[in-house]
Ligand binder design. Structure first.
Ligand SMILES: Nc1ncnc2c1ncn2[C@@H]1O[C@H](COP(=O)(O)OP(=O)(O)OP(=O)(O)O)[C@@H](O)[C@H]1O
Ligand SMILES: [Mg+2]
Length: 495
């Protein structure tokens, strides 16, 4: 706890390294905001440039219409070509005509009127075709000629002009440049504002949470590193609150576990000394057997048995406390043979009329650490024998059967007995060390150790069934995967 102050700079430096600015949320947010605002600007720009084009052409048509009033004063065809050219050049068109209902009259034209590339009806232009035409004008490098027509003023008269699109394009480019400049400014201001707001409201608290998690992971026992949730009711507020609660809970659990570990250490020390004291008592008590006194003869064996149990208990606890089981060293093991050894070492009393049946095929091979598998099977068999012996009814069948089967690369060994089944307490604490024993003198370690050993083989130990008269445990162990290199060597080796 005292180290909070000095280590702070290191941790924040590490956080900086953990999340590089280029990949941070802020940078992503800024780029996304700029992209979105630009997209909106483009979407707004297209209709506005199309409108600009129509308005510009309409202006030009109006100018031509104003000039037409003068042209109509003169006799058709009497205006000299030079004057016509001057007039047309002044308003920037190649020809002017007037329509009155169905009748059409050419008012002025250059000597060689150009071919028209596009007809623009100002009265009937749809939004999409206007956008399409505007894009074409903006991006076409070649000069095109437009025939523009539409009504002017209140009268029934319509006018039409033929003109080059270049002046129009120049005007549109200037417009586009102006709009682009303003858009860029708006984009930067909007993106900056959105970025600053979201960064303040969301990214910073998220960054704070990330930093808190990293700091907490460094020293989970330091209460100063628990996040202080901000008083806000949105999702971030809830996340901060939950994070702080989780950190508090974790800290509490860690504290408890540390106490338990300390306690375990103390117990194992006491247990160690106790085992030595009990062993001395055992030695001394052995001599009591030689005393002829009938009273001593009556209680001495009981005393010895009690001492034996106490020593075994102490040793079991000590062994469990110390054990860090080594990883299994696996070989192919003849299971039938191994089970026979288990049977011999079980030392089933002949008077107990317990049948031991080994149905495993003598050729059955299992890929396992033979020493560890021996411990697993002898624990399971000893439990079964103890359970069946505890059954006081004399007429019941007492049979322990071991069988094995293989499916693909997985071996399964079944240990089946005809005992009374697992008591409730043992079922509820199945495979939990010290808790599952429901037998006087039992440590409650056998099943937990067996479970751990089988799990180390990548397999599983299950209680398949347990009813009065039939209890089945199954040990499932998959073959260890062959390394690719080894497999290749085996394949390459000539037969
Ligand atoms: N085949 C079985 N039939 C009935 N009860 C069983 C069987 N196997 C285990 N049990 C019950 O499960 C309990 C836990 O077994 P476990 O082997 O873990 O501990 P234990 O036998 O009590 O002690 P030890 O550590 O000496 O083996 C036993 O006390 C027993 O009550
Ligand atoms: Mg046992």
């Amino acid at each position: 706890m005292s180290e909070t102050g000095p280590v702070e700079p290191d941790i924040s430096a590490q956080n900086e390294r953990a999340i590089s600015p280029a990949r941070g949320l802020s940078t992503k947010l800024l780029l996304i905001t700029i992209a979105c605002v630009l997209l909106v600007e483009v979407l707004i720009f297209l209709p506005s440039v199309a409108n600009f084009r129509l308005r510009w052409l309409d202006d030009r048509l109006h100018t031509a219409a104003a000039m037409s009033t003068l042209l109509m004063e003169v006799e058709p065809g009497s205006l000299p070509q030079g004057v016509q050219d001057d007039v047309l050049r002044a308003i920037g068109v190649k020809a002017i005509a007037m329509r009155d209902g169905e009748a059409s009259r050419l008012l002025a034209s250059t000597r060689m009127p150009p071919d028209v590339d596009e007809h623009v009806d100002l009265a009937n232009t749809g939004q999409f075709s206007a956008i399409g035409s505007a894009i074409r004008t903006l991006f076409s490098e070649q000069r095109e000629f437009l025939r523009v027509f539409g009504p002017v003023g209140e009268s029934n008269r319509g006018y039409e002009i033929v003109m080059s699109d270049r002046p129009l394009r120049n005007a549109m480019l200037t417009y586009a440049r102006n709009v682009a400049g303003i858009s860029l400014l708006i984009t930067l201001i909007t993106a900056g504002l959105v970025y600053a707001l979201i960064d303040r409201m969301m990214v910073r608290p998220i960054r704070g949470m990330t930093r808190s998690m990293l700091r907490f992971a460094e020293a989970p026992d330091d209460p100063a590193r628990i996040i202080r949730p901000a008083p806000r009711e949105d999702e971030i507020g809830v996340a901060e609150l939950e994070l702080s609660r989780m950190q508090e809970r974790l800290q509490k659990v860690l504290g408890e576990q540390k106490h338990l570990a300390d306690l375990g250490l103390a117990v194992s020390k006491i247990n160690h000394d106790m085992r030595n004291i009990l062993a001395s008592a055992q030695l001394l008590s052995d001599r009591l057997l030689q005393v002829r006194d009938p009273a001593v003869q009556a209680f001495a064996p009981k005393l010895l048995r009690a001492l034996d149990r106490a020593v075994a208990y102490s040793e079991g606890v000590l062994a469990y406390g110390k054990t860090q089981e080594p990883p299994p060293s696996r070989r192919r093991v003849r299971l039938h043979h191994l089970v026979e050894e288990v049977h011999e070492l079980l030392g089933v009393p002949p008077a107990s009329d317990i049948e031991f049946i080994n149905t495993i095929d003598p050729g059955f091979e299992i890929d396992a650490d033979s020493e560890q598998l021996f411990r697993v099977l002898s624990n399971l068999c000893r439990n079964a024998v103890q359970a069946m012996m505890s059954d006081k009814e004399s007429s019941v069948v007492r049979r322990l059967t071991l069988s094995a089967e293989r499916e693909g690369s997985v071996s399964r060994v079944l240990i089946e007995d005809t005992g009374p089944g697992l008591p409730q307490k043992a079922r509820e604490n199945l495979f939990t060390a010290f808790r599952g024993s429901a037998r006087s003198g039992g440590t409650g370690l056998g099943l937990a150790v067996a479970h751990e050993l089988v799990r180390a083989h990548g397999g599983s130990l299950e209680l398949v069934e347990s009813v009065g008269g039939r209890t089945v445990f199954a040990v499932t162990i998959p073959d260890q995967p062959i390394k690719l290199e080894d497999a290749r060597r085996i394949v390459r080796r000539p037969a």
